[in-house]
Design a protein around this ligand. Structure first.
Ligand code: ATR
Length: 294
């Protein structure tokens, strides 16, 4: 489905810019929402290279593009060109959603709240939890911020490059003094002496084309977990999820996070409320698309 059958003189344009961009699912979700809610808008992918970001934003504003999602590699760089930067996005250090303002764009981050809502859907609360985050890249920043915001008691960040985990843990510890943030290399999981940890996998190791890989493959690690969430949704069941499920751990993928960050972005761009019923419909539609791709 696309919004193209409704294009007229009042149709507004939205889109997503990134490099690469060909495999984005955002147009499918946004066009579904526009059609279902009767919003006269079309959402398209824009292949924008790093060096063209500034021009792309000026051009987009000049053309009156109402809203835009921003993905790799622009999530940090775009912060230099905004009319307004939302506080949460500033603290995470990444922007994934732009809404047209008077003289430029207003920047937000909907990834973290998308994950927060997705966890709530699964009945998982971060408040008072000991969370283990695998990875310390862009996505891990949003996850760590969410953990602090929701009042996790401990957050252990494990990453191949220790320095990145350390910087992230230190940055978040300053913002959220009630949460204990610590960092280590991947093998740091061996120092986790308890059980019942809530683990969130944020690395690309396990995502297509690296399916069949997981940053930790040792069964003993998974026996320590109560919940294993992956922000990856392609494949729908990652190796990490398979290893966790084999240890009897509750698992889920990043599909709901993807959907819910898009729903929040849609609400910001169009000033409308998306109902639970519509979200459920969008989820079923998204699953169909991914089934076709599998
Ligand atoms: P994103 O914005 O999607 O988080 P990113 O910033 O490039 O992307 O971060 C990718 C994450 O996956 C990083 O934590 C990276 O570890 P490094 O910081 O050591 O690079 C992790 N990652 C990618 N490939 C990995 C692999 N083969 N083994 C372990 N970690 C990997």
């Amino acid at each position: 489905m696309s919004g193209s059958e409704m294009i007229g003189g009042n149709t507004c344009l939205c889109g997503v810019m990134g490099d690469p961009i060909a495999h984005t699912l955002s147009p499918a979700i946004h066009n579904y929402l526009a059609k279902t809610l009767g919003v006269d808008s079309v959402y398209v992918p824009f292949h924008v290279k790093k060096e063209d970001l500034k021009d792309a934003l000026r051009g987009a504003h000049g053309l009156g593009i109402k809203g835009m999602n921003v993905t790799v590699p622009h999530k940090q760089a775009v912060m230099d060109y905004l009319e307004y930067l939302d506080r949460d996005a500033a603290e995470i250090g990444a922007v994934n959603t732009l809404v047209k303002g008077e003289t430029g764009y207003r920047g937000y981050n909907t990834d973290w709240r998308g994950l927060g809502q997705a966890l709530a859907w699964e009945g998982v609360s971060l408040t008072g939890a000991h969370v283990v985050i695998l990875g310390a890249g862009g996505a891990a920043n949003a996850v760590a911020y969410l953990c602090g915001y929701e009042g996790a008691s401990h957050v252990t960040i494990l990453n191949r490059t220790l320095q990145k985990a350390r910087i992230l843990a230190e940055r978040m510890a300053e913002k959220f003094p009630d949460t204990v943030f610590s960092s280590d290399g991947i093998l740091g999981w061996k120092k986790l002496t308890g059980t019942g940890y809530l683990c969130i996998q944020t690395t690309s190791w396990g995502m297509r084309p690296n399916e069949g890989k997981a940053v930790i493959e040792d069964e003993e690690f998974y026996q320590k977990l109560a919940v294993a969430a992956d922000i990856v949704f392609s494949p729908l069941e990652t190796k990490y999820m398979k290893l966790a499920a084999a240890a009897g751990v509750k698992t889920f993928n990043g599909l709901n996070m993807l959907l819910l960050q898009a729903v929040w972005a849609f609400e910001l761009m169009h000033g409308v409320k998306v109902t639970e019923e519509i979200i459920t419909g969008a989820r079923a539609y998204l699953k169909e698309i991914l089934k076709d791709e599998a």
